[in-house]
Unconditional design. Structure first.
Ligand code: KIV
Ligand code: ZN
Length: 512
Protein backbone atom coordinates (compact mmCIF):
# COMPACT_ATOMS: atom_id res chain seq x y z
CA UNK A 1 0.00 0.00 0.00
CA UNK A 2 1.46 3.41 -0.94
CA UNK A 3 1.47 6.37 1.40
CA UNK A 4 0.20 8.76 -1.29
CA UNK A 5 -3.43 9.85 -1.03
CA UNK A 6 -4.92 10.58 -4.45
CA UNK A 7 -7.20 13.62 -4.52
CA UNK A 8 -10.01 13.21 -7.03
CA UNK A 9 -12.01 16.40 -7.43
CA UNK A 10 -15.57 16.13 -8.67
CA UNK A 11 -16.69 19.77 -8.30
CA UNK A 12 -17.36 19.95 -12.03
CA UNK A 13 -19.45 16.77 -12.09
CA UNK A 14 -21.01 15.81 -8.75
CA UNK A 15 -20.72 19.39 -7.49
CA UNK A 16 -22.48 20.67 -10.56
CA UNK A 17 -25.37 18.25 -9.96
CA UNK A 18 -26.37 20.45 -7.04
CA UNK A 19 -29.60 22.23 -8.07
CA UNK A 20 -28.70 25.73 -9.22
CA UNK A 21 -24.96 25.08 -9.48
CA UNK A 22 -24.77 24.46 -13.20
CA UNK A 23 -21.80 26.07 -14.92
CA UNK A 24 -20.98 27.10 -18.45
CA UNK A 25 -18.15 25.53 -20.44
CA UNK A 26 -15.91 28.55 -19.88
CA UNK A 27 -16.63 28.65 -16.16
CA UNK A 28 -15.74 24.97 -15.94
CA UNK A 29 -12.48 25.55 -17.76
CA UNK A 30 -11.60 28.39 -15.42
CA UNK A 31 -12.26 26.17 -12.40
CA UNK A 32 -10.35 23.27 -13.98
CA UNK A 33 -7.33 25.55 -14.39
CA UNK A 34 -7.58 26.47 -10.72
CA UNK A 35 -7.80 22.77 -9.80
CA UNK A 36 -4.67 22.17 -11.85
CA UNK A 37 -2.93 24.98 -9.94
CA UNK A 38 -4.00 23.21 -6.76
CA UNK A 39 -2.29 20.09 -8.18
CA UNK A 40 -5.41 17.97 -7.91
CA UNK A 41 -4.49 14.44 -9.10
CA UNK A 42 -7.74 13.69 -10.95
CA UNK A 43 -10.33 16.19 -12.21
CA UNK A 44 -13.73 14.71 -12.97
CA UNK A 45 -14.61 17.24 -15.66
CA UNK A 46 -18.21 16.17 -16.28
CA UNK A 47 -20.48 13.51 -17.65
CA UNK A 48 -19.81 13.65 -21.38
CA UNK A 49 -22.88 11.71 -22.52
CA UNK A 50 -25.34 13.80 -20.50
CA UNK A 51 -25.52 16.72 -22.93
CA UNK A 52 -23.63 18.34 -25.78
CA UNK A 53 -22.64 21.11 -23.38
CA UNK A 54 -21.08 18.61 -20.97
CA UNK A 55 -19.34 16.78 -23.80
CA UNK A 56 -17.79 20.05 -25.00
CA UNK A 57 -16.75 21.03 -21.47
CA UNK A 58 -15.01 17.68 -20.88
CA UNK A 59 -13.35 17.95 -24.30
CA UNK A 60 -12.17 21.51 -23.71
CA UNK A 61 -10.76 20.64 -20.29
CA UNK A 62 -9.10 17.47 -21.65
CA UNK A 63 -7.45 19.55 -24.38
CA UNK A 64 -6.36 22.35 -22.05
CA UNK A 65 -5.13 20.78 -18.81
CA UNK A 66 -1.61 19.41 -18.78
CA UNK A 67 -0.89 17.92 -15.38
CA UNK A 68 -4.00 16.41 -13.80
CA UNK A 69 -5.70 13.25 -15.06
CA UNK A 70 -9.01 14.21 -16.69
CA UNK A 71 -11.97 11.95 -16.04
CA UNK A 72 -15.47 11.69 -17.46
CA UNK A 73 -18.33 9.91 -15.74
CA UNK A 74 -20.39 7.50 -17.80
CA UNK A 75 -23.24 5.11 -17.11
CA UNK A 76 -22.42 1.45 -17.67
CA UNK A 77 -23.35 1.28 -21.34
CA UNK A 78 -21.38 1.37 -24.59
CA UNK A 79 -22.83 4.63 -25.83
CA UNK A 80 -21.96 6.62 -22.70
CA UNK A 81 -18.50 5.05 -22.50
CA UNK A 82 -17.77 5.82 -26.17
CA UNK A 83 -18.86 9.45 -25.66
CA UNK A 84 -16.57 9.72 -22.63
CA UNK A 85 -13.63 8.25 -24.56
CA UNK A 86 -14.29 10.58 -27.47
CA UNK A 87 -14.41 13.67 -25.23
CA UNK A 88 -11.19 12.62 -23.47
CA UNK A 89 -9.19 12.02 -26.64
CA UNK A 90 -7.01 15.14 -26.22
CA UNK A 91 -6.08 14.49 -22.58
CA UNK A 92 -2.50 13.82 -21.55
CA UNK A 93 -3.91 11.38 -19.01
CA UNK A 94 -7.51 10.20 -19.32
CA UNK A 95 -9.79 8.19 -17.07
CA UNK A 96 -13.24 6.75 -17.75
CA UNK A 97 -15.39 6.43 -14.65
CA UNK A 98 -18.29 4.06 -15.17
CA UNK A 99 -20.99 3.24 -12.64
CA UNK A 100 -24.06 1.11 -12.07
CA UNK A 101 -26.21 0.79 -8.96
CA UNK A 102 -25.74 -2.37 -6.86
CA UNK A 103 -28.06 -1.92 -3.87
CA UNK A 104 -31.18 -4.11 -3.86
CA UNK A 105 -33.32 -0.99 -3.66
CA UNK A 106 -31.75 0.72 -6.68
CA UNK A 107 -31.56 -2.45 -8.78
CA UNK A 108 -35.17 -3.39 -8.20
CA UNK A 109 -36.93 0.00 -8.08
CA UNK A 110 -34.75 2.20 -10.27
CA UNK A 111 -32.99 -0.02 -12.78
CA UNK A 112 -35.61 -2.82 -12.76
CA UNK A 113 -32.81 -5.30 -13.26
CA UNK A 114 -31.87 -8.50 -11.46
CA UNK A 115 -28.53 -8.69 -9.64
CA UNK A 116 -27.24 -11.10 -12.33
CA UNK A 117 -28.12 -8.59 -15.06
CA UNK A 118 -26.34 -5.80 -13.17
CA UNK A 119 -23.27 -7.98 -12.68
CA UNK A 120 -23.21 -8.81 -16.39
CA UNK A 121 -23.63 -5.16 -17.40
CA UNK A 122 -20.83 -4.08 -15.07
CA UNK A 123 -18.52 -6.71 -16.60
CA UNK A 124 -19.41 -5.81 -20.20
CA UNK A 125 -18.98 -2.09 -19.55
CA UNK A 126 -15.59 -2.33 -17.92
CA UNK A 127 -14.43 -4.70 -20.68
CA UNK A 128 -15.64 -2.24 -23.32
CA UNK A 129 -14.11 0.76 -21.53
CA UNK A 130 -10.78 -0.97 -21.00
CA UNK A 131 -10.38 -1.30 -24.77
CA UNK A 132 -10.68 2.48 -25.08
CA UNK A 133 -8.67 3.71 -22.09
CA UNK A 134 -6.02 2.27 -19.77
CA UNK A 135 -7.34 4.00 -16.65
CA UNK A 136 -10.80 2.79 -15.62
CA UNK A 137 -12.66 3.61 -12.45
CA UNK A 138 -15.72 1.59 -11.49
CA UNK A 139 -18.34 2.71 -8.94
CA UNK A 140 -21.12 0.49 -7.60
CA UNK A 141 -23.65 3.27 -7.01
CA UNK A 142 -25.27 3.16 -3.56
CA UNK A 143 -22.40 0.79 -2.78
CA UNK A 144 -22.57 1.33 0.97
CA UNK A 145 -26.19 0.10 1.10
CA UNK A 146 -25.44 -2.92 -1.12
CA UNK A 147 -25.32 -6.54 -0.04
CA UNK A 148 -21.69 -7.22 0.79
CA UNK A 149 -21.57 -10.68 -0.85
CA UNK A 150 -23.00 -9.36 -4.09
CA UNK A 151 -20.72 -6.32 -4.00
CA UNK A 152 -17.67 -8.57 -3.59
CA UNK A 153 -18.70 -10.54 -6.69
CA UNK A 154 -19.18 -7.39 -8.76
CA UNK A 155 -15.90 -5.82 -7.64
CA UNK A 156 -13.88 -8.99 -8.17
CA UNK A 157 -15.34 -9.30 -11.68
CA UNK A 158 -14.67 -5.71 -12.74
CA UNK A 159 -11.10 -5.81 -11.45
CA UNK A 160 -10.63 -8.98 -13.50
CA UNK A 161 -11.87 -7.01 -16.53
CA UNK A 162 -9.25 -4.33 -15.90
CA UNK A 163 -10.79 -1.70 -13.60
CA UNK A 164 -7.86 0.15 -12.03
CA UNK A 165 -9.76 2.09 -9.35
CA UNK A 166 -12.69 0.82 -7.27
CA UNK A 167 -14.76 3.59 -5.76
CA UNK A 168 -17.29 2.73 -3.05
CA UNK A 169 -19.89 5.51 -2.88
CA UNK A 170 -22.03 6.33 0.09
CA UNK A 171 -24.46 7.82 -2.41
CA UNK A 172 -27.08 8.92 0.09
CA UNK A 173 -24.82 9.94 2.99
CA UNK A 174 -26.04 7.14 5.26
CA UNK A 175 -22.68 5.94 6.59
CA UNK A 176 -21.12 6.33 10.04
CA UNK A 177 -17.30 6.69 10.10
CA UNK A 178 -16.41 3.46 11.90
CA UNK A 179 -18.94 1.40 9.95
CA UNK A 180 -17.93 2.83 6.57
CA UNK A 181 -14.22 2.33 7.34
CA UNK A 182 -14.88 -1.29 8.29
CA UNK A 183 -17.04 -1.80 5.20
CA UNK A 184 -14.14 -0.81 2.92
CA UNK A 185 -11.78 -2.97 4.99
CA UNK A 186 -14.09 -5.99 4.66
CA UNK A 187 -14.38 -5.54 0.91
CA UNK A 188 -10.63 -5.27 0.51
CA UNK A 189 -10.10 -8.38 2.61
CA UNK A 190 -12.76 -10.44 0.87
CA UNK A 191 -12.19 -9.54 -2.78
CA UNK A 192 -9.38 -11.90 -3.86
CA UNK A 193 -7.83 -9.53 -6.43
CA UNK A 194 -8.34 -6.34 -4.35
CA UNK A 195 -4.64 -5.52 -4.49
CA UNK A 196 -4.87 -4.99 -8.28
CA UNK A 197 -6.84 -1.74 -7.88
CA UNK A 198 -6.66 1.52 -5.97
CA UNK A 199 -9.58 1.81 -3.53
CA UNK A 200 -11.48 5.04 -3.39
CA UNK A 201 -14.08 6.66 -1.11
CA UNK A 202 -16.95 8.90 -2.24
CA UNK A 203 -19.12 10.20 0.57
CA UNK A 204 -22.17 12.46 0.57
CA UNK A 205 -22.85 14.76 3.48
CA UNK A 206 -26.51 14.15 4.35
CA UNK A 207 -25.69 13.50 8.02
CA UNK A 208 -22.77 15.94 8.06
CA UNK A 209 -20.19 13.14 8.13
CA UNK A 210 -18.81 13.07 4.59
CA UNK A 211 -15.31 14.17 5.60
CA UNK A 212 -15.23 11.93 8.69
CA UNK A 213 -16.50 8.96 6.68
CA UNK A 214 -13.95 9.54 3.92
CA UNK A 215 -11.10 9.72 6.43
CA UNK A 216 -12.33 6.53 8.12
CA UNK A 217 -12.39 4.88 4.71
CA UNK A 218 -8.74 5.86 4.37
CA UNK A 219 -7.53 4.99 7.87
CA UNK A 220 -9.63 1.94 8.71
CA UNK A 221 -10.40 0.75 5.20
CA UNK A 222 -7.08 1.47 3.51
CA UNK A 223 -8.54 3.54 0.65
CA UNK A 224 -5.95 5.63 -1.18
CA UNK A 225 -8.20 7.93 -3.19
CA UNK A 226 -10.69 10.45 -1.80
CA UNK A 227 -13.40 11.94 -4.01
CA UNK A 228 -14.30 15.45 -2.95
CA UNK A 229 -15.42 18.89 -4.09
CA UNK A 230 -14.40 22.47 -3.41
CA UNK A 231 -16.53 23.91 -0.58
CA UNK A 232 -18.19 20.47 -0.32
CA UNK A 233 -20.45 21.46 -3.20
CA UNK A 234 -22.82 18.73 -4.33
CA UNK A 235 -26.31 17.31 -4.43
CA UNK A 236 -28.49 17.83 -1.34
CA UNK A 237 -26.09 18.42 1.60
CA UNK A 238 -23.09 18.10 -0.70
CA UNK A 239 -19.96 15.97 -0.98
CA UNK A 240 -16.84 15.55 1.09
CA UNK A 241 -15.07 18.92 1.13
CA UNK A 242 -11.63 18.97 -0.53
CA UNK A 243 -10.20 21.70 1.66
CA UNK A 244 -11.23 19.95 4.87
CA UNK A 245 -9.99 16.51 3.93
CA UNK A 246 -6.68 17.85 2.58
CA UNK A 247 -5.99 20.08 5.57
CA UNK A 248 -6.92 17.28 7.98
CA UNK A 249 -4.41 14.93 6.38
CA UNK A 250 -1.71 17.62 6.19
CA UNK A 251 -2.27 19.09 9.67
CA UNK A 252 -2.46 15.68 11.33
CA UNK A 253 0.30 14.01 9.37
CA UNK A 254 1.41 12.57 12.71
CA UNK A 255 -1.77 10.45 12.64
CA UNK A 256 -2.47 9.87 8.94
CA UNK A 257 1.14 9.48 7.78
CA UNK A 258 0.07 10.16 4.18
CA UNK A 259 1.34 12.43 1.42
CA UNK A 260 -1.04 14.67 -0.50
CA UNK A 261 0.21 16.52 -3.55
CA UNK A 262 -2.13 19.53 -3.16
CA UNK A 263 -0.61 23.01 -3.25
CA UNK A 264 -2.75 24.35 -0.43
CA UNK A 265 -1.94 28.01 -1.07
CA UNK A 266 -4.49 28.01 -3.86
CA UNK A 267 -7.35 26.70 -1.72
CA UNK A 268 -8.97 30.01 -0.81
CA UNK A 269 -8.89 31.28 -4.41
CA UNK A 270 -10.49 28.00 -5.55
CA UNK A 271 -13.18 28.26 -2.88
CA UNK A 272 -13.94 31.83 -3.83
CA UNK A 273 -14.06 30.99 -7.54
CA UNK A 274 -16.49 28.11 -7.04
CA UNK A 275 -18.72 30.11 -4.72
CA UNK A 276 -18.79 33.05 -7.07
CA UNK A 277 -19.48 30.94 -10.13
CA UNK A 278 -22.29 28.92 -8.60
CA UNK A 279 -23.75 31.54 -6.26
CA UNK A 280 -23.36 29.09 -3.36
CA UNK A 281 -22.15 31.32 -0.56
CA UNK A 282 -19.57 29.86 1.87
CA UNK A 283 -20.81 30.03 5.46
CA UNK A 284 -18.55 32.29 7.59
CA UNK A 285 -17.75 29.52 10.08
CA UNK A 286 -16.91 26.92 7.41
CA UNK A 287 -13.64 25.16 8.25
CA UNK A 288 -10.56 26.39 6.34
CA UNK A 289 -12.32 28.65 3.79
CA UNK A 290 -15.01 30.46 5.84
CA UNK A 291 -14.40 34.18 6.45
CA UNK A 292 -14.09 33.51 10.19
CA UNK A 293 -11.97 30.38 9.94
CA UNK A 294 -8.90 32.26 11.16
CA UNK A 295 -10.58 35.18 12.96
CA UNK A 296 -10.22 35.44 16.73
CA UNK A 297 -12.89 37.56 18.37
CA UNK A 298 -12.49 36.73 22.04
CA UNK A 299 -9.94 38.84 23.92
CA UNK A 300 -8.35 35.79 25.53
CA UNK A 301 -7.83 34.13 22.14
CA UNK A 302 -6.49 37.32 20.54
CA UNK A 303 -4.06 37.77 23.38
CA UNK A 304 -2.91 34.17 23.10
CA UNK A 305 -2.43 34.32 19.33
CA UNK A 306 -0.40 37.53 19.60
CA UNK A 307 1.90 35.91 22.15
CA UNK A 308 2.25 32.60 20.34
CA UNK A 309 0.13 31.81 17.32
CA UNK A 310 -0.14 28.09 17.99
CA UNK A 311 -2.00 28.75 21.26
CA UNK A 312 -5.23 28.88 19.24
CA UNK A 313 -4.25 28.18 15.61
CA UNK A 314 -3.54 24.72 14.26
CA UNK A 315 -3.01 25.86 10.65
CA UNK A 316 -1.47 29.00 9.17
CA UNK A 317 -3.94 31.17 7.25
CA UNK A 318 -1.26 31.91 4.63
CA UNK A 319 -0.83 28.19 3.95
CA UNK A 320 -4.34 27.94 2.55
CA UNK A 321 -4.15 31.21 0.65
CA UNK A 322 -5.50 33.83 3.03
CA UNK A 323 -3.16 36.74 2.47
CA UNK A 324 -1.61 38.25 5.58
CA UNK A 325 -1.77 41.80 4.21
CA UNK A 326 -5.27 42.31 2.90
CA UNK A 327 -4.97 45.83 1.45
CA UNK A 328 -3.24 45.15 -1.80
CA UNK A 329 -3.57 47.88 -4.39
CA UNK A 330 -4.80 51.42 -4.92
CA UNK A 331 -5.24 53.89 -7.75
CA UNK A 332 -1.51 54.56 -8.06
CA UNK A 333 -0.74 50.89 -8.65
CA UNK A 334 0.53 50.14 -12.12
CA UNK A 335 -0.11 47.38 -14.60
CA UNK A 336 2.83 45.29 -13.41
CA UNK A 337 1.71 45.40 -9.79
CA UNK A 338 -1.77 44.38 -10.91
CA UNK A 339 -0.43 41.50 -13.01
CA UNK A 340 1.79 40.38 -10.15
CA UNK A 341 -1.19 40.39 -7.78
CA UNK A 342 -3.22 38.31 -10.24
CA UNK A 343 -0.34 35.84 -10.36
CA UNK A 344 -0.08 35.72 -6.55
CA UNK A 345 -3.80 35.03 -6.38
CA UNK A 346 -3.37 32.18 -8.83
CA UNK A 347 -5.46 33.89 -11.53
CA UNK A 348 -4.39 33.50 -15.14
CA UNK A 349 -6.25 35.50 -17.75
CA UNK A 350 -6.95 33.77 -21.03
CA UNK A 351 -5.39 36.47 -23.26
CA UNK A 352 -3.50 39.74 -23.12
CA UNK A 353 -6.72 41.48 -24.20
CA UNK A 354 -8.51 40.05 -21.14
CA UNK A 355 -5.66 41.25 -18.87
CA UNK A 356 -5.92 44.72 -20.40
CA UNK A 357 -9.69 44.77 -19.90
CA UNK A 358 -9.24 43.65 -16.29
CA UNK A 359 -6.62 46.34 -15.67
CA UNK A 360 -8.88 49.04 -17.16
CA UNK A 361 -11.72 47.84 -14.91
CA UNK A 362 -9.34 47.85 -11.93
CA UNK A 363 -8.40 51.49 -12.65
CA UNK A 364 -12.08 52.46 -12.85
CA UNK A 365 -12.71 50.74 -9.55
CA UNK A 366 -9.65 52.33 -7.91
CA UNK A 367 -11.01 55.77 -8.84
CA UNK A 368 -14.15 55.01 -6.87
CA UNK A 369 -12.71 53.00 -4.01
CA UNK A 370 -9.48 53.92 -2.22
CA UNK A 371 -8.43 50.44 -1.12
CA UNK A 372 -8.64 47.45 -3.41
CA UNK A 373 -8.67 44.10 -1.61
CA UNK A 374 -7.88 40.65 -2.94
CA UNK A 375 -11.60 39.92 -2.89
CA UNK A 376 -12.24 42.94 -5.14
CA UNK A 377 -9.70 41.69 -7.65
CA UNK A 378 -11.12 38.18 -7.64
CA UNK A 379 -14.64 39.57 -8.15
CA UNK A 380 -13.44 41.81 -10.92
CA UNK A 381 -11.75 39.06 -12.91
CA UNK A 382 -14.71 36.72 -12.45
CA UNK A 383 -17.17 39.30 -13.77
CA UNK A 384 -18.33 37.75 -17.02
CA UNK A 385 -19.05 41.11 -18.63
CA UNK A 386 -15.28 41.70 -18.51
CA UNK A 387 -14.43 38.87 -20.85
CA UNK A 388 -17.59 38.93 -22.86
CA UNK A 389 -16.77 36.67 -25.80
CA UNK A 390 -19.82 36.94 -28.00
CA UNK A 391 -22.49 36.66 -25.29
CA UNK A 392 -26.04 37.59 -26.26
CA UNK A 393 -26.54 40.38 -23.69
CA UNK A 394 -24.07 42.94 -22.31
CA UNK A 395 -24.48 45.73 -19.80
CA UNK A 396 -23.82 49.31 -20.98
CA UNK A 397 -25.14 51.81 -18.41
CA UNK A 398 -27.84 52.42 -15.83
CA UNK A 399 -29.51 55.38 -14.17
CA UNK A 400 -32.19 55.23 -11.54
CA UNK A 401 -34.10 57.55 -9.27
CA UNK A 402 -35.46 56.64 -5.86
CA UNK A 403 -36.79 58.91 -3.19
CA UNK A 404 -38.73 58.31 0.03
CA UNK A 405 -42.44 58.14 -0.74
CA UNK A 406 -41.97 57.83 -4.51
CA UNK A 407 -41.97 54.77 -6.73
CA UNK A 408 -38.39 54.16 -7.97
CA UNK A 409 -37.71 54.41 -11.70
CA UNK A 410 -34.76 52.94 -13.66
CA UNK A 411 -33.36 53.23 -17.17
CA UNK A 412 -31.00 50.46 -18.27
CA UNK A 413 -29.00 50.45 -21.48
CA UNK A 414 -27.75 47.05 -22.63
CA UNK A 415 -26.95 45.28 -25.87
CA UNK A 416 -28.74 42.27 -27.33
CA UNK A 417 -26.97 40.59 -30.27
CA UNK A 418 -24.86 43.74 -30.56
CA UNK A 419 -27.78 46.22 -30.84
CA UNK A 420 -28.25 48.75 -28.12
CA UNK A 421 -31.53 48.68 -26.19
CA UNK A 422 -32.84 51.21 -23.68
CA UNK A 423 -35.28 49.77 -21.16
CA UNK A 424 -37.26 51.79 -18.62
CA UNK A 425 -39.46 50.71 -15.75
CA UNK A 426 -40.85 51.48 -12.33
CA UNK A 427 -40.45 48.97 -9.55
CA UNK A 428 -40.80 48.31 -5.83
CA UNK A 429 -37.19 49.39 -5.38
CA UNK A 430 -34.35 50.48 -7.68
CA UNK A 431 -33.17 46.89 -8.19
CA UNK A 432 -36.67 45.69 -9.03
CA UNK A 433 -37.15 48.61 -11.45
CA UNK A 434 -33.81 47.89 -13.19
CA UNK A 435 -34.45 44.18 -13.66
CA UNK A 436 -37.98 44.88 -14.91
CA UNK A 437 -36.53 47.39 -17.40
CA UNK A 438 -34.37 44.57 -18.83
CA UNK A 439 -37.04 41.89 -18.67
CA UNK A 440 -39.59 44.00 -20.52
CA UNK A 441 -37.40 43.76 -23.62
CA UNK A 442 -35.93 40.29 -23.20
CA UNK A 443 -39.22 38.60 -22.21
CA UNK A 444 -37.42 35.54 -20.83
CA UNK A 445 -40.38 34.66 -18.60
CA UNK A 446 -37.84 33.11 -16.19
CA UNK A 447 -38.68 32.83 -12.52
CA UNK A 448 -36.18 34.33 -10.09
CA UNK A 449 -35.43 31.71 -7.45
CA UNK A 450 -32.59 33.51 -5.68
CA UNK A 451 -31.36 37.07 -5.35
CA UNK A 452 -28.48 37.70 -2.96
CA UNK A 453 -26.08 40.58 -2.29
CA UNK A 454 -22.77 40.18 -0.57
CA UNK A 455 -20.45 43.05 0.43
CA UNK A 456 -17.17 41.75 -0.94
CA UNK A 457 -14.81 43.31 1.56
CA UNK A 458 -17.20 44.01 4.38
CA UNK A 459 -17.69 47.81 4.41
CA UNK A 460 -20.14 50.22 2.75
CA UNK A 461 -17.32 51.29 0.44
CA UNK A 462 -17.10 47.68 -0.66
CA UNK A 463 -18.16 46.29 -4.02
CA UNK A 464 -21.49 44.52 -3.92
CA UNK A 465 -21.50 41.08 -5.44
CA UNK A 466 -24.93 40.02 -6.59
CA UNK A 467 -26.08 36.52 -7.48
CA UNK A 468 -29.26 36.02 -9.45
CA UNK A 469 -30.61 32.49 -9.95
CA UNK A 470 -33.20 32.06 -12.69
CA UNK A 471 -35.35 29.06 -13.51
CA UNK A 472 -36.95 28.47 -16.87
CA UNK A 473 -38.38 25.26 -18.40
CA UNK A 474 -36.79 23.14 -15.67
CA UNK A 475 -33.33 24.69 -16.08
CA UNK A 476 -31.67 26.67 -13.32
CA UNK A 477 -28.81 29.11 -13.99
CA UNK A 478 -26.77 31.56 -11.92
CA UNK A 479 -25.59 35.00 -12.91
CA UNK A 480 -23.07 36.97 -10.88
CA UNK A 481 -22.25 40.68 -11.15
CA UNK A 482 -20.00 42.94 -9.07
CA UNK A 483 -19.90 46.72 -8.78
CA UNK A 484 -19.66 49.31 -5.98
CA UNK A 485 -23.23 50.25 -7.01
CA UNK A 486 -25.40 47.28 -6.08
CA UNK A 487 -28.13 48.27 -8.55
CA UNK A 488 -25.57 48.08 -11.37
CA UNK A 489 -24.22 44.80 -9.93
CA UNK A 490 -27.80 43.46 -9.97
CA UNK A 491 -28.37 44.42 -13.60
CA UNK A 492 -25.06 42.78 -14.57
CA UNK A 493 -25.95 39.63 -12.64
CA UNK A 494 -29.38 39.48 -14.29
CA UNK A 495 -27.91 39.86 -17.79
CA UNK A 496 -25.29 37.21 -16.99
CA UNK A 497 -28.04 34.77 -15.94
CA UNK A 498 -30.00 35.55 -19.11
CA UNK A 499 -26.89 34.80 -21.18
CA UNK A 500 -26.67 31.40 -19.58
CA UNK A 501 -30.33 30.64 -20.14
CA UNK A 502 -29.79 31.60 -23.74
CA UNK A 503 -26.89 29.20 -24.23
CA UNK A 504 -27.45 26.07 -22.15
CA UNK A 505 -28.45 22.64 -23.38
CA UNK A 506 -30.51 20.02 -21.55
CA UNK A 507 -28.77 17.36 -19.50
CA UNK A 508 -29.69 13.89 -18.35
CA UNK A 509 -29.20 13.18 -14.64
CA UNK A 510 -26.05 11.28 -13.58
CA UNK A 511 -27.96 9.04 -11.25
CA UNK A 512 -30.79 8.20 -13.61
O1 KIV B 1 -22.80 9.41 -5.29
C1 KIV B 1 -22.62 8.57 -6.19
O2 KIV B 1 -22.96 7.40 -6.09
C2 KIV B 1 -21.98 9.04 -7.41
C3 KIV B 1 -21.56 7.99 -8.38
C4 KIV B 1 -22.01 8.31 -9.75
C5 KIV B 1 -20.10 7.78 -8.26
O3 KIV B 1 -21.76 10.21 -7.58
ZN1 ZN C 1 -21.89 11.32 -5.67
Amino acid sequence: MTDKLIIFDTTLRDGEQSPGASMTRDEKLRIARQLERLKVDVIEAGFAASSNGDFEAVQLIANSIQDSTICSLSRANDRDISRAAEALKGANRARIHTFIATSALHMEKKLRMTPEQVLEQAIQSVRFARNLCGDIEFSPEDGYRSDVDFLCRVIEAVIREGATTINVPDTVGYAIPELYGNFIKTLRERVPNSDKAVWSVHCHNDLGMAVANSLAGVMIGGARQVECTINGLGERAGNCSLEEVVMAVKTRKDYFGLEVGIDTQHIVAASRMVSQTTGFVVQPNKAVVGANAFAHASGIHQDGVLKARDTYEIMRAEDVGWSANKIVLGKLSGRNAFKQRLQDLGVSMESEADTNAAFARFKELADRKSEIFDEDILALVSDESLTNHGEEYAFVSLSQHSETGERPHATVVFTASGSEIKGESDGNGPVDASLKAIEQHVQSGAEMVLYSVNAISGSTESQGEVTVRLQSSGRVVNGVGADPDIVVASAKAYLSALNKLHSKAEKVPAQG
